[in-house]
Design a protein around this ligand. Structure first.
Ligand code: HEC
Length: 112
């Protein structure tokens, strides 16, 4: 019984991780390449700026979800990026979707 529960837990967390990644690749990667900036900062830079500011996954995810839901020049963590690229447009995703993506972005090893 214990083993079964553990297995269920692992497969749940695996599929949760790949859902966030899939959503990121479908909705964000057109503007945010992984390591090199183009029309927007590389997502690696974004992850770095957010990790510098927030010491827990909960805070990282909560702030990112709210910010993306309503991009704002006053609460940005990346004012230089706004100067360079302009403010990110509001994309209109629901918070559950953004939560999956932000959670993936906290955990992801972004190296290529
Ligand atoms: C149409 C292009 C575009 C798309 C699509 C896009 N972004 Fe952005 N994003 C930008 C630009 C440009 C910036 C840099 C300026 C800024 O911070 O507003 C940015 C900045 C950010 C930031 C930094 C916010 C801050 O503190 O300033 C986060 C986090 C972010 N994007 C996450 C995402 C996620 C997650 C997605 C997918 C759901 C996404 N973006 C899709 C253009 C885009």
């Amino acid at each position: 019984m214990k083993k079964l529960l553990l297995l269920a837990f692992f497969s749940f967390s695996l599929s949760a991780a790949s859902l966030g990644e899939t959503l990121f690749n479908g909705n964000c990667v057109t503007c945010h390449a992984i390591t090199s900036p183009n029309s927007a900062p590389a997502i690696q830079e974004v992850q770095h700026a957010y990790k510098k500011m927030f010491d827990t996954k909960e805070k990282f995810v909560a702030f990112m979800v709210n910010w993306i839901a309503q991009p704002n020049t006053k609460t940005t963590l990346m004012p230089e990026a706004i100067k360079k690229h302009g403010l990110m447009p509001s994309l209109g995703y629901d918070k559950e979707t953004l939560q999956e993506i932000a959670s993936y972005l906290y955990d992801a090893r972004l190296s290529q």
